[in-house]
Design a protein around this ligand. Structure first.
Ligand code: 5GP
Length: 190
């Protein structure tokens, strides 16, 4: 997606060869026009998959996922990385290893928000090793629903996630695919 690639080239900072900072438009400050376009692009691609709900992980997936859910006219469900005393009832949980923090967290969702039999579109801001996406797929399976599509805003194609997801035969759309990055700049796949 041209507009997204321009935003990455203008505002993104590769803090090393593995981690890209895009906090000025995607996950700290948010560019609503860009998010609107991202939401419409995901919705157009996945509409024929008859999606019942969009699923994401707090907090950086929320902006693109919310715009996608709005464009598809379906609810958005946000998986939590931390539970609280008010999060009670029938919960589904799985353990995920955080790429950026190097720690593990419990991905949690209320079963009532992930009804069995539904078709789910998982949206996230980044795809690196695929741990977050695999955690989401695991939760959806546990709920008795199915992941009918995966939408990624920025895929770091030089890391293992995309290959791992392709092996599952779930349609994946990544709006920007980074071949390599570092102090000399950022290179994209077609
Ligand atoms: P994975 O689970 O695929 O290894 O990593 C995906 C998750 O880690 C995403 O939800 C995202 O929040 C975070 N992440 C992975 N790589 C990056 C990165 O280069 N920059 C930022 N800001 N977040 C990342």
């Amino acid at each position: 997606m041209k507009e997204l690639i321009e935003a990455i080239l203008t505002h993104g900072k590769a803090i090393n060869e593995d981690v890209l900072l895009v906090d000025s438009f995607l996950n700290h400050q948010v560019d609503p026009l860009l998010m609107h376009h991202i939401g419409e692009t995901f919705a157009a691609f996945f509409r024929k998959k008859e999606i019942d709900r969009v699923l994401t992980i707090e907090s950086s997936g929320i902006a693109p996922a919310a715009f996608t859910a709005y464009s598809l006219g379906v609810p958005l469900v946000i998986m939590k990385k931390q539970t609280s005393r008010i999060m009670t009832g029938d919960l589904i949980q799985t353990t995920v290893r955080s790429f950026t923090k190097g720690t593990e967290y419990q991905l949690t969702v209320k079963r009532e928000f992930l009804p069995a039999g539904e078709r789910v579109l998982f949206i996230d801001d980044f795809l690196a090793s695929g741990e977050a996406a695999f955690g989401a797929i695991e939760l959806v399976k546990e709920a008795g629903a199915t992941v009918n599509g995966i939408g990624i805003v920025i895929e770091k194609s030089f890391q293992s996630g995309r290959k791992r997801l392709d092996a599952l035969n779930i349609p994946v759309l990544s709006l920007a695919r980074i071949r390599a990055m570092g102090p000399e700049g950022i290179e994209f796949l077609e």
